[in-house]
Design a protein. Sequence first.
Length: 131
Amino acid sequence: MENSQTIQAGFGLWSWYIFSIKSLFSNIKLIVLKTLDYFSVTILLKTLFYPWRRDVMTTRNLPINIRFRVMIFNLLSRLIGACVRLVTIFIGLIITFLVYILGAATIVVWILMPMLVLAGFIIGISKILTG
């Protein structure tokens, strides 16, 4: 009776191990998506050339020389907005890539952990026996 319980416990352990790997994959995917969402990369790409902080002046009913200055100001506001957004997108993609790499490393370590424990046990026993 004890032998069948031990076998069932072993299968339970492996099913938990497989479930934890699947859960780890889904959690890492969620963390990567949350990181992209935190930096709003898609929104920043859509609004790349919008003026910085919507700082735009109208040129209605202005003399031509002031209208030219306002147009240059509006262009500079768009360039500043594009620069800030590009830096934010770049930082967001770097952090997302690092999160992805750390997640992949976590999965590899988790998969190798049973073999590392077994290898450590065998090395320990061999060290004890060889003295």
